[in-house]
Design a protein around this ligand. Structure first.
Ligand code: FES
Length: 468
């Protein structure tokens, strides 16, 4: 059937049961993104992975792209299999998204062995009681506040966050002139009722997952923590895909930034609500992430990270107001970005080095931060040497025909016992693919069964009832 490429078409996505009207020329992957239908896109739509496989089960089936002709067998192409980033709708159609392409990240572990550190928050508080203004004493609210603050904390060049200043008159009067002043250096960043619990937010901004921690700044205890999937995953599961997309399409860089901020806001709001806190009690925020996540979060250009010599815009620590990026918090709360080390060794690794007190360590140590991007440091004789390597594809079964991320239905463990092959899937459901740990297990099982030699080569003439 001929189709006018300037016309839109209707797609029914199954099993989501979502219908979307296409924008002429957009890929099926883009249509799915707009409709919030999940289709994995490990390479970010560059046509070099196997994650966005879809099945046209009805309606007009687009002809396969040259790329897909190389990728699928002719029988699969004939039955309507395509990759979502490699085709566009040519008319109304029905598409089934297979379980493997719909898989969400299931393992998001944020707990670990915590060790207590003496809290030294950058913000300080001061409880202040002001005299009411009168005809005899009509001094401005802010001036009276500063006078009292100077008496309590000593004379400084006091400033006040403009948003905090706007709400100052109402806050003072509502609290009968007795308030808790929150200070960062010389700036008043919030005015609160007395005894308001001070809360900090710590964010571990990973490529695949985001760890979010609500911390009591008085005690240093973690009030709540949660792990969420990084929603930027729709633009590729690795940093290179996202850097490429963001560098080529500034509007997508903005979208990636917005997705992460929205996700953190949502998670922080639910954690606060669960603990009878308000998000405006968050007075300080620290964010650590790899350099690409750092740049996308702070809306810095990422082009330099995608081209040799992979130059970041900044490696130093950054400080800015949370409201500049609409992150929910107290009006003048700041975000502190942990400094990066290099283009692919980011603030998350710096945080780990701080966490293990690398600067005071005298032993020779190898420290690994294994994630989608793995960073490794060698601590030796007072010198720290760091490097990084991508490991996400290995962890998520990338470049394997049945590979998938660690989600429900993924085989996560494999062993051979005698003549039987044992598998374990996440969620104990029917298997739909293999995640990285299964690949490691399969290799080990194959080796133990004599199918692999010590160099990883498949043994010649190997025969086993389980492994063929
Ligand atoms: S091939 Fe389509 S997202 Fe990778």
């Amino acid at each position: 059937m001929s189709h006018d490429p300037a016309k839109t078409a209707r797609i029914d996505f199954e099993p989501a049961g979502v219908e979307v009207q296409t924008i002429p020329g957009e890929s099926i992957l883009d249509s799915a993104r707009r409709a919030k239908v999940r289709i994995a896109s490990a390479c970010g739509g560059r046509g070099i992975c196997k994650s966005c496989i879809i099945h046209f089960t009805g309606g007009d089936i687009p002809p396969p792209s040259a790329n897909d002709r190389d990728f699928f067998s002719s029988s699969k192409l004939g039955r309507g299999w395509r990759r979502a980033c490699q085709c566009s709708a040519i008319g109304d159609s029905r598409i089934h998204v297979p379980a493997r392409a719909r898989a969400e990240s299931a393992r998001m572990q944020v707990d670990g062995s915590e060790f207590w550190v003496q809290p030294e928050p950058l913000v300080e508080i001061c409880t202040i009681e002001l005299t009411r203004p009168s005809l005899a004493y009509p001094k401005a609210d802010f001036d009276r506040l500063v006078d009292r603050l100077s008496m309590e904390k000593g004379s400084r060049e006091w400033t006040i966050d403009p948003e905090t200043l706007r709400s100052l008159p109402a806050t003072l009067r509502r609290n009968h002139w007795l308030v808790q002043v929150v200070i960062f250096e010389n700036e008043i960043i919030a005015i609160q009722p007395t005894q308001t619990r001070l809360v900090g937010l710590a964010v571990d901004l990973g490529t695949t997952n985001i760890g979010i921690f609500l911390v009591d700044l008085h005690s240093g205890n973690t009030i709540a923590s949660t792990g969420i999937e990084n929603p930027q995953g729709i633009y590729g599961s690795d940093v290179i895909s996202r850097i490429g997309t963001a560098a080529q399409h500034p509007e997508k860089a903005t979208e990636m930034h917005r997705l992460v901020v929205d996700a953190i806001n949502q998670a922080a709001t639910s954690m606060c609500e669960a603990h009878q806190l308000a998000t405006d009690q968050i007075v300080d925020i620290v964010v650590a992430g790899n350099t690409a996540m750092h740049h996308l979060f702070t809306r810095l250009p990422v082009r330099g990270l995608g081209l040799a010599p992979f130059t970041p815009v900044i490696t130093r620590a950054m400080d800015f107001k949370a409201r500049e990026i609409c992150l929910k918090s107290a009006p003048g709360a700041r975000i502190h970005m942990i400094p990066n080390i290099a283009g692919f060794v980011g603030g998350d690794h710096t945080a780990m080095l701080i966490g293990i007190s690398a600067h005071t360590e005298s032993r020779t140590i190898v420290a690994l931060d294994i994630g989608t991007n793995t960073e490794i440091s060698l601590l030796h004789q007072g010198t720290i040497t760091s490097l990084s390597c991508p490991s996400g594809p290995a962890l998520e079964g990338g470049h394997i025909s049945c590979g998938m991320r660690a989600s429900t239905g993924a085989i996560e463990a494999i062993s051979i016992a005698g003549d039987s092959l044992r598998i374990k899937t996440i969620g104990d459901t029917d298997p739909i693919g293999l995640c990285g740990s299964a690949v490691v297990d399969a290799t080990a099982a194959f080796f133990l069964a004599g199918g692999l030699n010590h160099r990883g080569k498949i043994a010649r003439d190997y025969r086993h009832t389980v492994l063929q």
